[in-house]
Design a protein around this ligand. Structure first.
Ligand SMILES: CC(C)(COP(=O)(O)OP(=O)(O)OC[C@H]1O[C@@H](n2cnc3c(N)ncnc32)[C@H](O)[C@@H]1OP(=O)(O)O)[C@@H](O)C(=O)NCCC(=O)NCCS
Length: 195
């Protein structure tokens, strides 16, 4: 368990899996999947989980590090993960979703991000962390800049976004040398525990 100020990162167990049907059919998933509005059945979610091992093998068992995000009093909020961890290159792709929209914009996602970055750089000795998003995702864009990621690439007309048409993709990256440490970032951002 990684303990933050507003959230903790914990194993993504049953309490989280039980929320997935609601989460995957909400606006959160539209943002997390970069623009898809789909209706997903419980069966489809269960099938996806069951087939995960096969997909992992197809991807040559590229590991991922997956956490549930929960409030300090234990309410499941979503997930944050390092997907596509490439140990030789010490490179990992981030993915995150606060799946309860009423918690957006309150610093919860950034608290989770600082925890996973600290874990990635200081515990796993990663060299670089990167993340892709769509150009209309203002919360992620703001979050990337305030935490010190560099905008490295614009993928032109990359996502077919329901209601928006073709939208550019953005790739952000942070190198280990650019990470000032969690305490420094907490101070810089003025992140505080809720009292
Ligand atoms: C992206 C996400 C993880 C960020 O977490 P969060 O808790 O909402 O982020 P924070 O509150 O720490 O920071 C968001 C920032 O965006 C700002 N923001 C919120 N809505 C905004 C808007 N419409 N336009 C511009 N900025 C906005 C907030 O004010 C905040 O900046 P501030 O700290 O300077 O005030 C979360 O919003 C989320 O999961 N969204 C849905 C799924 C998703 O988009 N996943 C990422 C896919 S790449």
């Amino acid at each position: 368990m990684l303990e933050g100020l507003l959230v903790d990162l914990v194993p993504y167990g049953k309490r989280f899996l039980d929320q997935e049907h609601r989460w995957h059919n909400s606006e959160a998933w539209f943002w997390a999947t970069a623009g898809e509005w789909v209706i997903v059945s419980r069966d489809a979610i269960n099938r996806y989980r069951a087939e995960e091992a096969e997909r992992r093998a197809e991807r040559h068992n590229i590991p991922s590090v997956y956490f549930g995000i929960q409030t300090k009093d234990g309410k499941p909020l979503g997930d944050i993960a390092m997907n596509w961890v490439l140990p030789y290159h010490r490179l990992a792709m981030l993915g995150a979703c606060i799946s309860e929209p009423e918690y957006w914009g309150g610093g919860y996602g950034t608290d989770a991000l600082l925890l996973i970055l600290d874990y990635a750089f200081n515990w796993l000795d990663m060299h670089k962390i990167w993340l892709g998003t769509m150009d209309i995702n203002e919360r992620v864009k703001r979050q990337m800049i305030k935490v010190g990621f560099v905008l490295e690439a614009r993928e032109r007309s990359f996502h077919m976004v329901d209601g928006h048409g073709w939208v550019d993709g953005l790739l952000y990256g942070m190198l280990r040398d650019e990470w000032p440490g969690r305490e420094a970032m907490i101070n810089k951002l003025g992140l505080k525990a809720r009292t």
